[in-house]
Design a protein around this ligand. Structure first.
Ligand SMILES: [Zn+2]
Length: 182
């Protein structure tokens, strides 16, 4: 929707979570120049969409906006709302293997190996730079959402067996994206 990192506020109320194989999910996102009212409005909208879909993380490109920002709520609670602007990976240690899904690839889950202890540096909505180390689920959310900012979906990390197991759902999503005329 925007390659300059600028958000047009009037567009925010109508945003929805976009699905595979929308090509916008494969774009590399750009850093935000500054946290302004448009960014704050976008964050509110993203939390709203994420809660409604019972998700634990959502990246801006998943609503069609190619900027480096994601939100997370590992405990699925309103009191646990985390926002990460322009996140950078500092370190990834250990390993975990867990079932993973994505709001942009509904109906598809697969077991994925990820790092278990992840440290990132990011900016808050107040413009403050902070570092955070997460373990387990939140670490996995960091890795999953940062993949989105680089245009990478879980499908790229899936093995052949998982792809085969999910091929019917993927085909349905492809048909849905192509529209009723295809
Ligand atoms: Zn995702």
């Amino acid at each position: 929707m925007s390659t300059s990192g600028k958000i047009h506020r009037g567009e925010i109320p109508s945003l929805t979570i976009i699905h595979y194989p929308d090509p916008r999910l494969e774009e590399e996102s750009t850093p935000i120049a500054e946290v302004d009212a448009g960014v704050r409005e976008l964050v509110d909208k993203m939390f709203e969409l994420m809660s409604a879909a019972q998700g634990v993380g959502l990246a801006a490109p998943q609503v069609g906006i190619a900027i480096r920002l994601f939100v997370a709520s590992a405990r699925l609670e309103d009191s646990d709302r985390r926002v990460y602007v322009n996140p950078e990976m500092i370190s990834v240690e250990g390993a975990q293997e867990n079932e993973e899904g994505c709001l942009s690839v509904p109906g598809v889950t697969c077991k994925l190996k990820r790092g278990n202890v992840v440290t990132i540096r990011a900016m808050s909505l107040d413009g403050e730079v902070f570092e955070e180390t997460a373990e387990g689920l939140l670490a996995r959310i960091f890795l999953h959402e940062m993949d989105h900012l680089d245009g990478r979906l879980i499908l790229e990390r899936m093995g052949t067996v998982a792809r085969l197991a999910n091929r019917k759902t993927l085909k349905e999503l492809e048909l849905e994206f192509a529209g009723p005329d295809e």
